[in-house]
Design a protein around this ligand. Structure first.
Ligand code: ATP
Ligand code: MG
Length: 584
């Protein structure tokens, strides 16, 4: 499948990817929304214009599900030479905060997208929305209802029974205008009345049974202060905001399918510019949850350490974990856009991450569970600097020098006292290669009084400098290591999936009981190669044989580094694909 659009004509985001193509990156797959837009361009429906929008409600931090919507909306804007607006859907004064607005802007930018001058707030339209409401009343298409919220629910009927008309439905235009004005002026208390559309109480679509358009909320709004005490409902504000901004394609998730009828009704009844609502399936991912409400509860109940906890599926959490915007965009492209809900294996997200990190991450050596090694025949006090390749995938990343000396650290599990034949690492009498350094042979394991191995006594072969033996002798294992005298001591946090079940949202159990108890493990006293002392917060590395890590952006203090494990090296997605016989 190849997009008919020339990728070289795409905007900045895609150009950057083209400079750094992955082995298995391909042009954007065609999906049904691209088909709709192509058809609209052919038929000149919107004079060839493509204007989309990303409309977050500023009541929480963005998550990877929002990234799908961002990539789709901004991506289509760029691809078709149109644009994408960032619009804060701030119609609910109760839950919205400036902190969220700021984080959302930062996250969209970090993902690599740009709204240019097209930054909007639904609250900027409150005056115009009020005018539209008056117009609906004048057309006899809206009325002030004085039933209580509970009565309105009762009157609404059910999926199998039609609703009943409110006794206030027949109020005249003048009375409605006066009451609505009184609502606006604070003449009623919260819940005393609402403005409703006058549509059809018997409609099979419950959304069309005289939906509420405005309600009273005597709350301070983060942008309009106390100017308003009535606030428009989402369904009313959204289509009108789209219309005001000249949006062409208004993309939303499937749960709004029934609301499309209302979207169309409002715009048609007012006879104003009419964008097209198109629904697509929301993103779900295994081992995590993508619902702001539930994510908020993880934060407020302190189950995680804030919105940017590296286990969170939030953009800020993924960023702190070491994810790259390129990996997230690649993932969003690969999952495609469908009309049916599904759940994507988190292994695919991690696969996209590894693909990207593999290309860009400098390799370093670090030992997470140190075991001391003394090279008995290496001179005391001597240090050699050995050449190490920064990235075998990218020779332009050059080399660095790594210090080698008489005392080293290796990984505890790279040694076994009674090793089976197939154990290709270190054991008494066995020889291995130390990466970029020498062959060493283990002579003795020293134990403490409790019988624990505390040190290995080894010898090295000086003729094997650089890692090969001139006599052609082979060793099966290559270990990473760090010189003890030069090591940088650090804390390393190992992260794993936040939940221990595939679909926590579908489980009847309490969310907290589904948290993976091993989702975070803190290791103190890790020994890293000294070059990492210069790592800036957020810098990413591959620790050879261990995985991808990044310097924590919040906890790193000078001399007290903290690294997060972004991902292990084991690509379960590639394995799953291989099993399915699809690997290519
Ligand atoms: P949540 O259900 O997590 O609270 P929301 O839909 O209420 O999310 P909004 O701020 O209204 O959050 O979302 C902004 C945009 O992002 C909407 O257009 C919405 O459809 C889209 N979006 C939200 N979650 C997802 C998801 N999981 N997959 C795809 N798009 C999403
Ligand atoms: Mg929403």
């Amino acid at each position: 499948m190849v997009s008919k659009n020339d990728p070289s004509k795409k905007g900045d985001v895609d150009k950057r990817d083209l400079n750094n193509p992955g082995e298995d990156e391909k042009s954007a797959p065609v999906h049904f929304i691209r088909h709709v837009i192509d058809d609209d361009i052919t038929s000149d429906k919107y004079n060839g214009r493509v204007v989309t929008r990303f409309p977050p409600e500023p009541n929480g931090y963005l998550h990877i599900g929002h990234a799908k919507s961002i990539c789709l909306n901004f991506g289509l804007g760029l691809e078709y030479g149109g644009k994408c607006h960032l619009r804060f859907d701030d119609t609910n004064p109760e839950k919205e905060e400036t902190e969220y607005v700021d984080s959302i802007k930062a996250d969209v930018k970090w993902l690599g997208f740009n709204w240019g001058n097209d930054l909007y707030y639904t609250s900027d339209y409150f005056d115009r929305l009020y005018e539209y409401a008056l117009e609906l009343i004048r057309r006899g298409k809206a009325y002030v209802d004085s039933l209580s919220a509970e009565q309105i629910r009762e009157y609404r009927g059910t999926l199998t029974e039609p609703g009943r008309k409110s006794p206030y439905r027949s109020r005249g235009v003048e009375e409605n205008l006066a009451l609505f004005e009184q609502m606006r002026d604070g003449g009623f208390s919260e819940g005393q009345c609402v403005l409703r559309a006058k549509i059809d109480m018997a409609s099979p679509n419950m959304v069309m049974r005289d939906p509420a358009l405005y309600r009273i909320r005597k709350k301070n709004h983060h942008r309009t202060g106390d100017k308003w005490c009535i606030y428009p409902m989402y369904d009313f504000a959204h289509c009108l905001s789209d219309s005001i901004e000249g949006i062409t394609h208004s993309l939303c998730t499937l749960e709004f399918t029934n609301n499309r009828e209302l979207y169309d009704w409002i715009l048609d009844t007012l006879a104003i510019y009419h964008p097209q609502q198109i629904e697509f399936a929301r993103l779900n991912i295994t081992r995590t949850i993508l619902s702001k409400r539930k994510l908020i509860s993880l934060v407020s109940e302190k189950i995680v350490d804030g919105w940017d906890d590296p286990r969170m599926p939030t953009i800020s959490g993924l960023k702190r974990r070491g994810y790259t915007p390129e990996a997230i965009r690649d993932f969003c492209e690969r999952i495609g856009v469908a009309k049916r809900d599904s759940i994507v294996d988190i292994a695919l997200l991690e696969h996209c991450l590894r693909q990207n990190l593999n290309r860009r991450s400098p390799r370093v050596m670090g030992v997470l569970h140190p075991l001391k090694v003394v090279i008995e025949n290496y001179p005391e006090g001597k240090t050699e600097y050995l050449d190490a390749i920064n990235n075998p995938e990218d020779p332009s990343m050059g080399k660095r020098s790594v210090p080698f000396s008489r005392q080293l650290y290796i990984e505890q599990d790279d040694f076994m006292e009674d090793a089976p034949k197939k154990f290709f690492r270190l054991a008494p009498g066995r020889e291995v290669r130390l990466r970029y350094a020498y062959f060493i042979t283990c002579r003795e394991a020293v134990k403490n009084e409790r019988g624990e191995i505390i040190e290995l006594r080894c010898t090295y072969d000086p003729k094997t400098r650089g890692g090969d033996a001139p006599d052609g002798r082979k060793v099966k294992g290559t270990l990473h290591w760090v010189s003890a005298a030069h090591a940088l001591e650090a804390t390393v946090r190992l992260y794993d999936h936040l939940f221990s079940v595939d679909d926590p949202a579908a489980s009847a159990d309490e969310l907290t009981s589904l948290i993976n108890p091993r989702s975070m493990e803190t290791l103190d006293g890790c020994m890293l190669e000294p070059s990492l002392a210069a790592a800036t917060p957020g810098a990413r590395f591959q620790f050879e044989r261990l995985g991808y890590f990044c310097a924590d952006s919040r906890l790193c203090l000078p001399g007290k580094p903290v690294f997060n494990r972004t991902a292990t090296l084991r690509d379960t997605w590639a394995r799953i694909q291989k099993k399915k016989g699809k690997a290519g």
